[in-house]
Design a protein around this ligand. Sequence first.
Ligand SMILES: NC(=O)c1ccc[n+]([C@@H]2O[C@H](COP(=O)([O-])OP(=O)(O)OC[C@H]3O[C@@H](n4cnc5c(N)ncnc54)[C@H](OP(=O)(O)O)[C@@H]3O)[C@@H](O)[C@H]2O)c1
Length: 279
Amino acid sequence: MHIGFIGTGNMGTILIESFIKSGVLSPSSIFATNRTMEKLNRLKAKYPGLKTGTCRDVAREANVLFLCVKPKDYRGVIDYIRQDLTHEKLIISITSPVGPELLDRILPANKTARIIPSITNSVLQGVTLLSFGSRLSSDDKKYLMSLMSSISTPIEIDESVTRISSDMVSCGPAFFSFLMQRYIDSAVEETSICEDEATRMMTSMIIGLGRLLEEGGFTLSELQAKVCVPGGVTGIGLNVIDKETDTVFLNTIRATQEKFQQDLLEVEESFQDQKNPYH
Ligand SMILES: NC(=O)c1ccc[n+]([C@@H]2O[C@H](COP(=O)([O-])OP(=O)(O)OC[C@H]3O[C@@H](n4cnc5c(N)ncnc54)[C@H](OP(=O)(O)O)[C@@H]3O)[C@@H](O)[C@H]2O)c1
């Protein structure tokens, strides 16, 4: 059984390394390719057992194939390997605008799924978002759930919440590290603390907060109430944050939804001559 990866950029590499780190896949069960050789050679040097080849080699050998390229590259890759995608192969998109409905339509002979990963999977944490194509059996779904649970908490999502779920699990690490950075920058600007010290404190606090939420049995609002003693400093700070962030996330969600609609349109246009799967 081979698991294939076309594209070993950020996410392809994170998935390969996380599966190996978790022990669920051995390097020799992985078959990978990339457009330019450098990233592939780096992986091969780190995991000598890992198999590499052309896109068509990977498509031919893999039983399960992760397409880890940007949305605009899906069409080219699929056209190139289509002849090698025999019906028993399971083809996986890792990008939000290439969903199971589209995959089912453009790959009418194959089993398909979309699995949206997160950079947090590299430490075997965080969520992966799963959406299944119509031809997957319950055993296929169980297999994918089990594979993804080795590196994450897998959650099956409804198509209607694809973007907002991806915002939270996939963009979330960038959004929240940006907020942390902004807090640190303000602390350095306004007080005598240095950046290194503030970063160490902030990072350690966030790790502790994560553990507390995981183990401490607090809801988010219970946690705020616990820290916010009457007449104390936390309440003063929270009042400011409440006012200043009023529309931040609403506007963020609106902007990402708008970009998602554009991406969906572009991907749909790139496959527009394949509206009828029997053409
Ligand atoms: N980054 C994230 O946190 C994240 C999270 C969830 C989902 N995703 C999704 O993951 C996908 C990839 O994102 P990324 O950040 O990993 O992008 P990336 O770093 O640019 O990786 C894409 C890789 O695909 C390779 N590629 C492009 N066309 C190819 C072809 N025809 N044959 C073989 N390889 C090809 C590129 O090769 P070159 O080396 O030649 O450029 C590149 O290494 C995107 O669709 C994104 O939506 C990303």
